[in-house]
Design a protein around this ligand. Structure first.
Ligand code: NAP
Length: 289
């Protein structure tokens, strides 16, 4: 059945592809982006030619998020069925060389951005007693490699937020799930934020050069014969939306897992156990109407 879907961060990468894939599958798509009238004008035009509606939305700005959801209610006239929290930024380098402000900026997009859109979307979904939220995490929300620590920290936070929301919203029939992509060649890497305090690298000796090694490994993955195809993420989201409520997996790893899928399977029973030991096991069951 066609759904009304809102996606954040659709000017490029996964978000752009997800918008087109879901629209082609017959869903009504509201593709949001920071600057549809100037910087992203061509993207917005392309979306319009495909019947995709665009709305301005900066996930770091409370007023922008609220205005976007108000506009959605005004023009859609119906409730939102699916929210895809996709907008994100990344940073690479020695963790100590990033300022606290840089870490704050990363969390403002990757974590607080989700909290803003959730708070905007949930009152209507709770009223409707149904809804689906898909957050884009990362395999680096389960496992850690050095030099991508800020990004990983933000994606670990997305894991906890997603689980917590899923338990709390199950009584309303609202499903909250995670896509955990491995590395894919998108603009994320071209836009990788460098450390603001590179001088801190001085004492690290040869380890200071190691972030370059991570980049080389990624380059190798992206140019190899079996390079990951970013479209797999859009396909996984399309499939999740089509899967009946109550039968959807809580986490879907897409692309190179590096063991994140094994970590998911190992943690799941422990997760159930801790929730049950607080007498809250019933919150794990989605209340479907
Ligand atoms: P991308 O092409 O750089 O897309 C990121 C999108 O987020 C862009 O459209 C960007 O828009 C938007 N964005 C950034 N800040 C924003 C803000 N304040 N408000 C609204 N939108 C904002 O990279 P991508 O790989 O498709 O990333 C999409 C998601 O996948 C992110 O959450 C990322 O962390 C996650 N992910 C990616 C990979 C990967 O290997 N590519 C792996 C794991 C997870 P602007 O044009 O305005 O900057």
């Amino acid at each position: 059945m066609p759904k009304t879907v809102l996606i954040t961060g659709t000017s490029s990468g996964f978000g752009n592809d997800v918008a087109k894939t879901l629209a082609a599958a017959g869903h009504r798509v509201f593709a949001t982006m920071r600057d549809p009238h100037k910087r992203h004008r061509e993207v917005a035009k392309d979306f319009q030619s495909k019947g995709i509606e665009t709305i301005e939305l900066d996930v770091t700005d409370d007023a922008s998020v609220d205005a976007a959801f108000k506009l959605l209610a005004d023009i859609a006239g119906v409730g939102l069925d699916v929210l895809v929290n996709n907008a994100g930024v990344a940073a690479g380098g020695l963790t100590e060389s990033f300022t606290p402000e840089q870490l704050r900026e990363m969390f403002d997009v990757n974590v607080f951005g989700i909290q803003r859109t959730m708070r905007a979307a949930l009152p209507q979904m709770r009223k409707a007693k149904s809804g689906l939220v898909i957050n884009i995490g990362s395999v680096l929300g389960r496992l850690t490699i050095p030099f991508v620590g800020l990004f990983g920290a933000s994606k670990f936070a997305v894991e906890a937020l997603t689980d917590s929301y899923r338990y709390e919203l199950s009584q309303f029939g609202i499903d909250v799930l995670l896509i955990q992509p491995g590395p894919f060649p998108t603009k994320l890497y071209a836009d990788l934020r460098p450390p603001a305090d590179g001088g801190r690298a001085g004492d690290y000796g040869e380890v200071a050069a190691f972030p370059g090694i991570v980049s080389k490994v990624l380059e190798h993955i992206f140019t190899g014969a079996n390079a990951p195809n970013p479209h797999d993420v859009a396909e996984a989201i399309d499939k999740l939306i089509d899967t009946p409520a109550g039968r959807r997996p809580h986490r879907v790893v897409v692309g190179l897992a590096f063991g994140a899928d094994t970590a998911n399977s190992a943690i799941e029973p422990l997760q159930s156990q801790i929730v049950s030991s607080f007498g809250l096991g019933h919150l794990a069951k989605l209340n479907i109407r």
